[in-house]
Structure formats: structure tokens, C-alpha cells
Design a protein around this ligand. Structure first.
Ligand SMILES: Cc1cc2nc3c(=O)[nH]c(=O)nc-3n(C[C@H](O)[C@H](O)[C@H](O)COP(=O)(O)OP(=O)(O)OC[C@H]3O[C@@H](n4cnc5c(N)ncnc54)[C@H](O)[C@@H]3O)c2cc1C
Length: 337
């Protein structure tokens, strides 16, 4: 690993200045990195994928960690809140998807160090991206080695030219709760829907997965459900190993239930596309009675609608039935709750 400068500022202003002054607009040339818990960044540095000259640790900045009620039943989650602190906080309530997702991330050791913003901004786990010698699209090359190679873990939706999948468990869960993300940088403070924060490889900069510019600091997430008390939510994930693993496929689901009727829904897939994949047609198909028999009739239509446009690669067609099964599991779980 190359030598680097390590700074722990105590204010957001100082962090923004430190992150802004050495950075260029181009990510591949950026020399400074925000440091949350280091659970992804240090791995990238050890592998030689990232060689920053300066790390700016955000952990001593007052006000960046912790949860706050927003009055209506929605919450604000500070960027440096540890995943461990989200594991049980929302169990059983409308925002249960947050805790359900947090519990599935890695191991207790990783969750004790990992921050929410770091989880949302972590880089892809594609086998080829993680190999320094494979100069793929993500590293400024002009090839996706997974496309014709080992693509068991890669995208079946929204892929091309790069076929990475988005690795965060918290991102689909928060999008299913209509969350916004706030960040600060040279352009001042910006707040956007978390769904609009993520980009496809075919949009914008193929080397990146979101709209952040070098030097931007994520400061907070806010859930944004209308009348949260009427909602229920969950997160269901399938992983290859029980111990800890990234999602082969995952489903974040929230339902607004009024008088025994599903009146609104959010369905977001993880592990199958280069970004969390919102399924708007499937959400529409969910609207209707919550009654068991009626709902069973709609589940396969919802699952079909969610996978519209899927184009499996040579080794990952299994993700289609797997994802459909998880969608049914998530719907039935919420119908019973
Ligand atoms: C063994 C193992 C298993 C794992 N399994 C899973 C899993 O099942 N599910 C899952 O979701 N994740 C998993 N992960 C990934 C892990 O959750 C992430 O690495 C972790 O959440 C990153 O958080 P961090 O605070 O350590 O981020 P860091 O490693 O510090 O940073 C990650 C990235 O985010 C940027 N960043 C951090 N904070 C900010 C900020 N405030 N503003 C702007 N940019 C920022 C950094 O510059 C860096 O690019 C696993 C990791 C390991 C090591």
C-alpha cells in the first residue's frame, strides 16, 4: 500500500475543504477520499485499486452520526451512523426494512465499523473489478470482462457496457422508504431522492455508480414516506453462504395498507443490476386487496412485471427465478405482519 496522509477533522467545513482542495473533477485522477469505517476503502487500497494521497476520516465530526425523528414518523439517519446501530432500531415498525437490511450485512465486526454512507457508496464486488490487473470499464478501460467470462454474480437487469451489480443492502431498503440523500461539496448542499442518486453504467461516468463528484461528503439520509404509520416494510436477501455474503438477489418491499387494501407500494431489487432496481410496473400490480387468495393471484404477475427486461448472461439465469421467489416471500411476509 502506498503512503498516505490521514486527517481527522472535527467540523464538516474542514472536511469539505480537505476533500475539495486536492481533488479534480475526474474521479480517476482524484487524490483524496472520504473515510467512513474503512471496511471497503482499505480493502481497495490494499489491493491497489485505490491509491489516495489523503484520507479524511469523518468520524469525529459532530452531528454526522445518529438518528433523529422527523416528527411525522420518518427519520433522519446521520452519514456516519454505524450499521450496528441500525440492526434492531426499526424492528416491527414501518421502517423495518432498514433493520432487516442492516442485519444481513457482512459480520458483526464489519457492521461495528461500517458507516451508513460508506455502505451506500461502497464500490462494486465484481470479481474482475476487484482484480487490479483487469482494466475494465470501471478502471478506465474499454471492456467488461464479466460479459464473456465468469458472470455468475453479475447483472441481469440494466447491464451494459459494464455488468457490475450494486452491492449495498441498505440502498434498496432506503429507496423502498422514499429516502433522500443529502451531500455537501463545491456546489453547496444538495438533497436528492436516493433513487436518483444512483446511475447506470450507460448513463454518465461509467467508472462511477452515483452522482457524487470528488470532494462531495454525504451528510444524511431521510426517509420520506407519506403517512408512515400506514406502511409496513421488509428486506429479503438470498446469499450463497449463510455466514456472511453479498446478495445474489434481494428484495426491499414497502406496502401502504389502508382498510385491508394495498394502496401504494415500493419494490426495489438488490444484487441483480448495476444500481438498486426499482420496479414501478410491479408496484402498480401490487395495488389491490391484501386478502390471502386475492394476493396469491397477483404475486406471479407482480414477479413477472418486476423482471421485465431481464437479460441474463451465460452463467446467471438462475437469478430470474430466484428473484421471483424472493418477491413472493417478501409479499407474503408483509401480508402476514
Ligand atoms: C467481509 C465483508 C463482507 C461484506 N458483506 C456485505 C454485505 O453482505 N452487504 C453489504 O451491503 N455490504 C457488505 N460489505 C461491505 C461493507 O458493508 C462496506 O464495506 C461498508 O459498509 C462500507 O462502509 P465504511 O463506512 O467502512 O466505508 P469506507 O470503506 O470508509 O468507504 C467506502 C466508500 O464510501 C466513501 N465514503 C464513505 N463515507 C462517505 C461519505 N460520508 N461521503 C462520501 N463518500 C463516503 C469512501 O470514500 C469509499 O469510496 C462487506 C464487506 C466485507 C469486508
Amino acid at each position: 500500500m502506498k503512503d498516505f496522509e490521514y486527517i481527522q477533522p472535527e467540523t464538516l467545513e474542514a472536511a469539505a475543504t480537505l476533500l475539495g482542495e486536492q481533488n479534480q473533477r475526474d474521479w480517476l485522477g482524484a487524490k483524496t477520499r472520504a473515510f467512513g469505517g474503512g471496511q471497503d476503502l482499505l480493502g481497495e487500497m490494499k489491493a491497489g485499486l485505490e491509491e489516495p494521497e489523503r484520507l479524511v476520516n469523518l468520524k469525529w465530526i459532530e452531528g454526522l452520526a445518529g438518528l433523529a425523528e422527523l416528527g411525522s414518523g420518518n427519520v433522519q439517519l446521520g452519514a456516519t451512523t454505524k450499521l450496528r446501530d441500525l440492526e434492531t432500531e426499526f424492528d416491527g415498525g414501518p421502517l423495518a426494512a432498514i433493520s432487516a437490511a442492516a442485519k444481513t450485512v457482512a459480520s458483526p465486526q464489519v457492521r461495528t465499523n461500517a458507516t451508513l454512507a460508506g455502505n451506500l457508496c461502497q464500490r462494486p464486488r465484481c470479481l474482475y473489478y476487484r482484480r487490479p490487473e483487469a482494466v475494465c470499464y470501471k478502471k478506465g478501460g474499454d471492456e467488461c470482462f464479466a460479459y464473456g467470462g465468469n458472470n455468475k454474480y453479475n447483472a441481469i437487469l440494466g447491464g451494459g457496457p459494464s455488468f457490475i451489480v450494486h452491492p449495498s443492502d441498505l440502498a434498496p431498503a432506503l429507496i423502498a422508504l422514499d429516502a433522500t440523500i443529502e451531500y455537501q461539496g463545491a456546489g453547496g448542499t444538495t438533497e436528492v431522492d436516493l433513487d436518483a442518486f444512483y446511475t447506470l453504467p450507460s448513463e454518465g461516468d461509467v467508472t462511477r455508480e452515483n452522482v457524487l463528484s470528488p470532494g462531495d461528503v454525504v451528510t444524511a439520509l431521510r426517509t420520506g414516506l407519506e403517512s408512515p404509520a400506514e406502511w409496513r416494510s421488509t428486506y429479503v436477501k438470498f446469499q450463497e453462504r449463510d455466514a456472511f455474503d453479498f446478495a445474489l438477489a434481494a428484495v426491499a418491499l414497502s406496502l401502504r395498507v389502508v382498510g385491508g387494501q394495498i394502496t401504494d407500494a415500493r419494490l426495489v431489487l438488490g444484487g441483480v443490476a448495476p444500481r438498486p432496481w426499482r420496479c414501478r410496473e410491479a408496484e402498480k400490480a401490487l395495488v389491490g386487496s391484501l386478502d390471502g387468495a386475492d394476493l396469491e393471484d397477483r404475486i406471479s404477475a407482480v414477479a413477472e412485471a418486476a423482471l421485465i427486461g431481464s437479460e441474463p448472461l451465460e452463467h446467471n439465469a438462475y437469478k430470474v427465478p430466484l428473484t421471483k421467489g424472493l418477491i413472493g416471500r417478501a409479499i407474503r411476509q408483509l401480508a402476514r405482519s
